[in-house]
Every structure is written in C-alpha cells, then in structure tokens.
Design a protein around this ligand. Structure first.
Ligand code: 13P
Length: 244
C-alpha cells in the first residue's frame, strides 16, 4: 500500500526582490493562500526572512536558502543553525544546483550533506535538492548522478522525518522546459528506491507553472513542488490550489 504523504509546496524566491517588493508579494500572494493538510513554505533571501516571517498572517512557513557548516563561532559571513533556531525558522534549502553548479560557489556533495546532517541533528528540517544536467541526462547518467548526490545524505541521516527531497533537473530550471510527467514520475520512483523510508516526500522543481502543476501532481511519486519563477507571482496561488 502506498504511504500517505502530506504534499509540500515550496516557493524559492532565490536572490530576487527588494524588501518592499517581497513584502508586497506576501500581501498579494502568500497571505491569500488558504489550505490545510499541506505544507507551504516560502524562501526569501536570508536578510529579509524576519520581516517576511512577521508579515505572513497564515500557516505559510519560511525557509532559509542556505546555512553555514558549523554552529556559533569564528566563521565570518556564515549563518549557524543556532541563529536559525533562535528566530523559530524550521526549514533550510540545501544543495540547490545554483550552489552546486555555479563555478564560483561549487559546493561539494560532502559539504552539502554535512551541512544537511548538522541542521537535521540540531532540529531543523531540510529541503535537499538534487538533479542532473542536460549533458548528464543525454549521457544516460541521471540515476548515477542522483545516487552520488544522495549517498552522503543516506549514509548519515537518522531522522528522515526532517528531510524533503527536491528533484530539480538542472535543464528544467528557469528554462521553460519542464520535465514531462512521465519522465518526472520515473525519476521520482527511482529516487524513492534509494531512500530508506516510503514516507519521505519527493518534490519536483523546474519550470513548474500554473498550467502544468495539476498533471505533475497527479503522478503517484510526486509529492509537491519547489517553485522558482512562478512563486514570485500570483501563479503560485494556482499551483498551491492544484495541490489541495
Ligand atoms: P523555476 O521554477 O524558475 O524553473 O526554478 C526552479 C527552482 O530552481 C526552484 O528551486
């Protein structure tokens, strides 16, 4: 029997918007969302997270887009899990391809997994992103790439109730080239086989729109979305509604 998994919709605002614009987005989109029995989480830039959190009037939660690799200490420029917990923020996105694959950033698989484990062991929940490039897909390396990205996490995590996996094919991010529902379903089913627990939610990310959300969420192994561009506009309301 298939495990019941609570659907999850994340809005990754990336490095966009002034504070005023983000507050407007809270008013015009986030505070208009009405749902229960779903997790909805938006992720503004870390500098904005407190005023955004204070402006949210419903059950939408916030997530950081990254976290430091240590606790409090002499790590100039880093945010520690203690800072995050202190402000009652529960979620952090880790392993986004924009942090793995941007040459100037180039976070390694080990580094990402270690940050995830540190966050989880200290009570935070993690949206852990994985995904293949177009070259890797064409070379039929998708499964091997995803396994390699997941392995250091699978080897170390004990409490999987604090993990959501986001499958985001790099070729689909911000390109308008959404994975077909069949392709996404096949990959999600394969990812699930690598995970120790059937109740772990696997999100799809990459050019999710108000027009393709319903058919994607209809796939048995797609438990929600991590939305980029469409989370910065009213379309996000339609995407959340498609998942109710
Ligand atoms: P887009 O929805 O803009 O393709 O971005 C997806 C993404 O990177 C979410 O983390």
């Amino acid at each position: 029997m298939q495990a019941q998994r609570k659907r999850f919709i994340g809005g990754n605002w990336k490095s966009n918007n002034t504070l005023a614009k983000s507050l407007e987005l809270v008013d015009s989109v986030v505070n208009k969302l009405e749902f229960d029995n779903l997790d909805v989480v938006v992720s503004p830039v870390s500098l904005h997270i407190v005023p955004i959190q204070q402006a949210i009037k419903n059950n939408v939660q916030v997530a950081l887009q990254n976290i430091g690799h240590k606790g409090f200490g002499a790590f100039t420029g880093e945010l520690s899990f203690e800072h995050v917990k202190d402000l009652k923020i529960n979620w952090v996105i880790l392993g986004h391809s924009e942090r793995r694959r941007t040459p100037e950033i180039s976070e390694s698989e080990e580094f990402i997994a270690n940050k995830a484990v540190l966050a989880i062991n200290n009570g935070l929940s993690v949206i852990f992103c994985i995904g293949e490039t177009i070259q890797e897909m064409e070379a039929k390396e998708t499964q091997a790439v995803l396994e390699k990205q997941l392995k250091p996490l699978v080897d170390q995590v004990k409490d999987w109730s604090k993990v959501v996996i986001a499958y985001e094919p790099v070729w689909a991010i911000g390109t308008g080239k959404t994975a077909t529902p069949e392709y996404a379903e096949e990959i999600h089913a394969n990812i699930r086989k690598l995970l120790p627990d059937q109740s772990i939610r696997i999100l799809y990310g990459g050019s999710v729109t108000k027009d393709n959300a319903a058919v994607l969420i209809g796939q048995p192994n797609i438990d929600g979305f991590l939305v980029g561009g469409a989370s910065l506009k009213e379309d996000f309301i339609h995407i959340v509604n498609a998942c109710k």
